[in-house]
Write a protein that binds this ligand. Sequence first.
Ligand SMILES: *Cc1c(COP(=O)(O)O)cnc(C)c1O
Length: 474
Amino acid sequence: MTPSDVLARLRTLQEGDLPTKGGRTLAYVYDSGLADADDVARQAVAAFADSNGLDPTAFPSLREMENDLVGFAADLLDAPDTVVGSVTSGGTESVLLAVQSARDSRPDVDRPRMVIPSTAHAAFHKAAHYFRVEPVLVDVGDDFRPDPAAMADAIDGSTVLVAVSAPSYAHGVVDPVADVAAAAQERGVRCHVDACIGGWVLPYAARLGRSVPPWTFAVDGVTSISVDLHKYGYTPKGASLLLHRSPAHRRSQLFASARWPGYTMLNSTMQSTRSGAPLAAAWAVVRTIGDAGYERLTTRVLDGVDRLVEGLGAIEGLRLPVRPDSTLVAVETDGSCDVFTIADEMAARGWFVQPQMRFAGHPPNLHLTLSAATTDSLDELLAAFADAVAVARERGPVQVDPGVAEVVAALDPDHLGDEEFDGLLAAAGLDPAGSSVVPDRMAEVNALLDLASPELREAVLKAFLDRLQRPNRR
Ligand SMILES: *Cc1c(COP(=O)(O)O)cnc(C)c1O
């Protein structure tokens, strides 16, 4: 293929993707709406695509930019002079490393455990799975926050880490960080604050006079914080930060190996050869937007959240399970309609909102991550919601065939083979081999998945992923 054919093909491929600009995608992407920031990001990606973060001395530019970004975040997060940190590839890697470094700081513990609220991000479950750290889940109350006393009670001699969110992804509320961190500190246990999504917003919210409970390094017992640049730093994907209170806290995260005949491998994160592009782009965007720019973006987005909360609450059929502390809004129905149909109707109107399945006695709901670019079209968003809900109410809640529901309830994910999974996926209307792998209307599929146990949902979706990832052979 000629380069121009290749580029044309790339553009065609991209047509099927969710739009990343324009503010109509309310999960996955974060749009500052600032053309100059997008422009420097693109140029920085291109300029640093071939650089390699493998060796911190071979590309001193990367070390310099990383230390700048950690320094910027340290100021934002009220960090002491001792703070250190690393740029990682994303929030999941930051969380994985927080768990790994906590585990490896306690070689005396045979069967390490971590205490987390039931609302903690799935990245902690991934860390548990990778590193064999048993998650001890603490239920949350009606306000979707864990009781600090229950968190404290869950700590025992095997606890290597306690973690909380600022805020949680699913409900957008800030956990009681100060009380949990104090309890952890009293017991000599590390406390990680997962501020992947809120870390670049909450400090500005506080500065703007909004009430934000303490959650940064200003809280004594907080030992590490994760903050994603590629969320509310509005930088291209592939950049997050993990900060530790002191070099001693980070030590167990560092890795070196001289036990082979090649170069001595020396890494602070999970990757070894890694492109400098996301780091350079993050540095470029943070420099372009700057402290004052982030404050302005935060003003816009928080005013937007206020309007969104009020507007959604005024739509007959909708209600908010909790008042959000930050920029993430969860919205559920009053039972007169279902969220999955609303999501389909929103998609038909050019808006992507993310369904969240029922969990721990709470009904399914829709997740909206508000970014600055969306604030220009909030009236349009609310009008689309009003229309979508009206249609969904007219139709009534999506029904799952009772026979199918019964079959789903009886399935044991541990005893399903490939044929059963093929059958289940076909019954659900998912066609991994088709040109469009998911149907236009997802309400029926989602309603079915919603009925499934978390274990069955995981198993079916893993079977789906397995079938999605098959090579295109010549
Ligand atoms: C997004 C997010 C993560 C995971 O980050 P990725 O960048 O998607 O890997 C972890 N914790 C919270 C609270 C998040 O919002």
